[in-house]
Write a protein that binds this ligand. Structure first.
Ligand code: SAM
Ligand code: SF4
Length: 339
């Protein structure tokens, strides 16, 4: 008698601390048209293009994660929309939604290229985009981004809104730079119908100033907001590090990402893949596995084996510190890792 044993379903990704990994942040480029002062140096050295994964390789690796139980993929960078073929990748992965285990495909962008791509992105199945905006003051925007123009980002946001994409604004809260503008940003975002998330500056990568000069604890920001508004904590969680509240007076949602003042690692459900195929298991730790070599030299089986190895070594927590005199926790910038 010929007994066929059905192939066993692939094992979902679970790390040594029992955390299920269901979220991949996929960086498609480390390049960017802006030079935000907290993210990169004025003259960054970008990776040679020859090292960057092809569209086919990015798709294949993303599919390997989906087979292992990843349900959400965020396309990021650098600025993902400065990579010319990224919309094709978004369209390829969009076809997986509802067909494989992929439930959500989303994007983080600075929005400068959104007028060109928003409609195609929405048509590909993307429902939500995170857009970074740290100030509504044109002069400060030019200073903070070094090369940017506020009007271009606002046009991009308008294009994303017109294409029907739900928008969350990401704002890095910075001492001196934008701390007195945070209430204006919240009022503006909520009037536009957008969620907004405030982020503590993280000590990743070298920038021109010490992080202690930029760091503004969100506990202080929240106290300040509560002198003006009523914040009611919400149970909502996107499986991420953001803690949400609703502001009674504006009706809008505000998120707080507080890696420094309130560690969120216990619920970590994510890993990050760079555009050269390095798999980073923690934003705040050095060390990565080379999925590009595994894919090129060993194919899907080798990729799967490396994912198993990754689950055994994913660190329990980051060790960020912005104390005066401290070194960056990791040398690579957020743009390289895929923030
Ligand atoms: N270029 C896109 C953008 O700006 O949205 C995507 C990549 S960017 C690296 C992703 C997010 O990381 C942005 O919201 C940015 O503000 C944030 N970010 C960059 N450097 C950071 C740092 N040192 N600390 C905290 N957030 C940072
Ligand atoms: Fe570019 Fe985003 Fe970094 Fe700003 S935060 S420099 S937009 S990658």
């Amino acid at each position: 008698m010929n007994i066929h044993t059905p192939p066993s379903p692939p094992r979902p990704l679970e790390d040594a601390f029992g955390r299920r990994i269901s979220y991949l942040r996929l960086s498609v480029t480390d390049r960017c048209d802006l030079r935000c002062t907290y993210c990169m140096k004025a003259r960054p050295e970008f990776l040679p293009k020859s090292e960057v994964l092809s569209l086919e390789e990015l798709t294949e690796l993303a599919q390997a994660f989906i087979r292992r139980g990843v349900t959400k993929i965020r396309i990021t960078g650098g600025e993902p929309l400065v990579r010319r073929d990224v919309v094709t990748l978004i369209e390829n992965l969009g076809q997986e939604i509802g067909q494989s285990g992929l439930e959500e495909l989303c994007l983080t962008s600075n929005a400068t290229q959104m007028p060109l791509y928003a409609e195609r992105i929405a048509a590909a199945g993307v429902k939500r985009v995170n857009i970074s905006l740290d100030t509504l003051n044109p002069r400060r925007f030019a200073e903070l981004t070094r090369t940017g123009q506020l009007s271009r980002t606002l046009d991009g946001i308008a294009a994303a809104k017109a294409a029907g994409l739900a928008i969350k604004i990401n704002t890095v809260a910075m001492k001196g730079d934008n701390e007195h503008e945070i209430e204006d940003l919240i009022s503006w975002a909520h009037a536009e119908g957008f969620d907004i998330t405030l982020i503590e500056v993280m000590p990743v990568g070298e920038v021109e100033t010490h992080r202690s000069n930029q760091f503004l604890p969100l506990s202080v920001v929240r106290e300040q907001l509560e002198t003006r508004w009523t914040l009611k904590d919400l149970p909502d969680s996107t499986g991420g590090p953001s803690r949400y509240a609703r502001i009674a007076e504006t009706g809008g949602r505000i998120g707080f990402i507080t890696p420094l003042t309130q560690n969120f690692c216990a619920g970590c459900n994510r890993v990050r893949l760079t555009c050269t195929g390095k798999l980073h298991l923690c934003l705040g730790r050095e060390g990565a596995l080379d999925l590009r070599a595994a894919l090129r030299e060993g194919g899907p089986g080798a990729v799967d084996a490396l994912l198993d190895q990754a689950m055994n070594i994913k660190p329990e927590a980051h060790d960020f510190s912005v104390a005066p005199g401290s070194q960056p926790s990791v040398a690579r910038s957020m743009a390289e890792t895929g923030g």
